[in-house]
Design a protein around this ligand. Structure first.
Ligand SMILES: *Cc1c(COP(=O)(O)O)cnc(C)c1O
Length: 404
């Protein structure tokens, strides 16, 4: 994304021209950026040759999934709906892993019927249920067991998952018990140890600690795992000068870890693949001046993009047409919804803008559209993809009569 003659463009197409064609709010994805991210991700883990399973919850657009599939990538799903979408996008069952603490009996039955690569089990009850279904269907089901390594991911509390205080996975003692139980069952084949310690991780040290715990637990289990699923969570730069995850160190730590084992590594990245690929374009409905602040009221809201309201996440905002005049007062970008948390960003020196201008919220490809809703009976936005310098609709804008 760059300014050409003061006009913001994605892959050579001006954002304002996209607004004219498709309206706002508008999610726009760049295939160029997607390709770059995937190539970088693969390069970052050179020498490991991992199976990459894209985390569908970060972005579940079918066209996006089918584009990702072309790079030989599988899927990590957390519901039957995501599994159905992944399969419809052409992703092979043998490249799909199913995670989540609350998989229901119908969800498990469906996953077992589809012969997916792994069901990553998160409790004893779930393992017993899988065993029961597998017996009824006279099948052997491949499972992973999710270990809670009790490592602080040092990320936002609300997206940390690898603490013993979190609901995810099982502790070491339970993990070892579940392995023993599975050995006695003819219908269960434990193939994988899985972990996922959280999201938006920018420090390699939690990963280091996690690998240490896994190493210790594998030794104790005296069991050969065909796969070690290290989850996702790799953070991206939402703010210009934020820290960057040191992939080189993480890669070396994994290589060192693998010297002792003959296992295939699985990753489940979401944000690091798709986060920077998407932008949300919105039109300014009103500008409201108050004593201390200028409110810029956008036509997109927390129902379209929830991360700021949900996590206090900060996403850069840029004008689609640049000028050199600055506003002196603080500018706060807000949505129209009757919730105080329906706010996106406060900036101290934004450029001069007016009603009817367009702005873009950056890095909204992950947990953007996938977290959107019809709150306030607002139709969900349109999604477009720019590929080979051409834009096309990959999800139509919802019509009011579809939700009323
Ligand atoms: C959410 C999630 C991921 C993806 O996390 P990112 O931070 O988007 O990479 C991977 N695995 C599991 C089990 C998850 O719940």
């Amino acid at each position: 994304m760059k300014y050409i003659n003061n006009k913001l463009t994605i892959d050579g197409i001006s954002l304002d021209s996209l607004v004219k064609r498709y309206g706002t709010p508008l999610y726009c994805y760049s295939h160029n950026e997607l390709r770059t991210n995937i190539i970088n991700f693969k390069n970052n883990f050179k020498g490991i040759n991992p199976l990459i399973c894209f985390s569908v919850k970060s972005n579940s657009n079918k066209k996006i999934l089918s584009e990702i599939k072309k790079f030989n990538i599988g899927a990590d799903v957390v519901s039957k709906g995501e599994l159905v979408k992944a399969l419809k996008s052409g992703i092979k069952p043998q490249k799909i892993v199913f995670s989540g603490v609350g998989k229901t009996p119908p969800e498990l039955k469906y996953a077992i019927e589809k012969n997916i690569l792994l069901i990553n089990v998160e409790s004893k009850s779930e393992l017993l249920l899988i065993n029961k279904i597998a017996k009824l269907k006279k099948k052997v089901v491949n499972v992973g067991i999710r270990l809670n390594p009790d490592t602080d991911a040092k990320t936002i509390k609300k997206i940390s998952t690898g603490n013993i205080e979190n609901k995810f996975g099982v502790n070491e003692k339970e993990f070892l018990k579940l392995i023993e139980f599975s050995k006695l069952s003819k219908n269960l084949n434990v193939k994988c140890l899985s972990v996922h310690i959280g999201s938006q991780i920018l420090d390699y040290r939690p990963y280091k600690k996690m690998l240490g715990v896994i190493n210790k637990v594998i030794k104790k289990s005296n069991y050969k795992f065909e796969f070690i699923d290290l989850g996702g969570g790799m953070g991206i730069q939402y703010e210009k000068n934020s820290k960057k995850l040191n992939y080189k160190i993480y890669n070396n730590l994994i290589k060192k870890f693998l010297k002792n084992y003959d296992s295939k590594i699985i990753f489940e990245p979401g944000r690091s693949i798709i986060g920077s690929v998407g932008s949300l374009i919105s039109k300014i409905t009103y500008i409201k001046k108050t004593k201390n602040k200028i409110f810029v009221i956008l036509d997109c809201a927390m129902n379209d993009f929830l991360r700021p309201a949900l996590y206090g996440a900060k996403h850069e905002i840029l004008p689609t047409v640049k000028n050199s005049k600055k506003i002196k007062k603080t500018t706060e970008f807000v949505g129209p919804i009757c919730e105080t948390t329906d706010t996106f960003l406060k900036l101290s020196k934004f450029q001069s803008i007016k009603e009817g201008d367009n702005i873009v919220i950056l890095n909204t490809g992950a947990y953007g559209m996938s977290l959107s809703s019809n709150y306030n009976v607002r139709p969900m936005p349109i999604e477009i993809l720019i590929k080979n310098r051409k834009s096309s609709v990959i999800l139509k804008r919802q019509k009011l009569n579809e939700i009323t």
